[in-house]
Ligand binder design. Structure first.
Ligand SMILES: C[S@@+](CC[C@H](N)C(=O)[O-])C[C@H]1O[C@@H](n2cnc3c(N)ncnc32)[C@H](O)[C@@H]1O
Length: 258
């Protein structure tokens, strides 16, 4: 079952209200992560705020690297190559609604970090189908339902519409993408929430409701109520006349996960 997406204005309002606090908690940057981190489930949070802040940031950086590993980014998406080639200034950032991307299909890959719980899954994959070319990739890191009763509190706390992984797969298939790989990283997300709870306890402003909620999701990542997954999808490519599954075969150099 797909839950109804909150109105866009409600999401915008939520972020307008929270941004200052989020920058204080996760900033100052230059790279500010606002997503789940990767940490051992038995990690011991540091006692002082600056070390704990560093642990929290490190775990978020590690999540990016874990995703890059799972998705074969270094080998196949040429990130290092582009950095070294000095073409950074030719990267064009665009700000817009993920449901409204327009063709032509020109991208090798699209990825999303902790954002798809805000999206309508069908419109999102329809949007991706317009811009990702045949044989291209969609990578998603996010939290998914493991038990239905967690949907309401999750959505209420974050103004989201959390879904089941199988709903994503169904929406993807409908728009020409096949699930290529699913990796469950929930235990390491629990490690991140352990750090986040400890950090929230040290913030000047008392946040008992936040600590209660974070403790509930920490438990849910451990007991399967919530699942943090790394998903990759590949767009079918009938134009080349080749069988897309053949190009993904184990050991094939074009397989980013082999
Ligand atoms: C939990 S934050 C993750 C931010 C960022 N991806 C990161 O990893 O730090 C979720 C993000 O989804 C964005 N978002 C929500 N609805 C969106 C939409 N329809 N199109 C594009 N972005 C959206 C929000 O603005 C917010 O920045």
């Amino acid at each position: 079952m797909t839950h109804r997406r909150p109105p866009t204005e409600a999401i915008v309002e939520w972020y307008n209200r929270k941004t200052e606090f989020l920058l204080e908690k996760y900033g100052p940057g230059p790279r500010v992560h606002y997503h789940t981190g990767w940490a051992a489930p038995d990690i011991v949070p540091a006692a002082d705020r600056s070390h704990l802040r560093r642990q929290l940031w490190r775990s978020q950086e590690d999540m990016v690297w874990q995703a890059a590993r799972a998705w074969g980014a270094e080998k196949n998406l040429t990130g290092h190559l582009l950095d070294q080639a000095g073409v950074r200034e030719r990267v064009q950032p665009l700000l817009g609604d993920a449901h409204a991307l327009e063709g032509p299909a020109r991208f090798d890959a699209a990825f999303s970090f902790d954002a798809t719980t805000y999206f309508d899954r069908e419109s999102y994959f329809a949007s991706l189908a317009r811009v990702v070319h045949g044989g291209g990739w969609v990578f998603i890191e996010d939290t998914f339902l493991g038990r239905p009763e967690l949907a309401a509190p999750f959505n209420e706390y974050w103004t989201t519409n959390i879904g089941w992984a199988h709903d994503y797969v169904a929406a993807a298939v409908q728009y020409g993408f096949d699930l290529f790989r699913l990796e469950d990283i929930s235990l390491h997300s629990a490690g991140f929430w352990k750090l986040s709870i400890a950090y929230t306890r040290l913030l000047a402003e008392a946040r008992p409701a936040s600590i209660r909620w974070q403790s509930a999701i920490h438990a849910a990542y451990l007991d399967g109520g919530l699942r943090n997954l790394l998903l990759s999808f590949r767009k079918r490519d009938w134009s080349s006349g080749s069988d897309p599954f053949e190009t993904c075969a184990e050991g094939n150099p074009s397989n980013p996960h082999s």
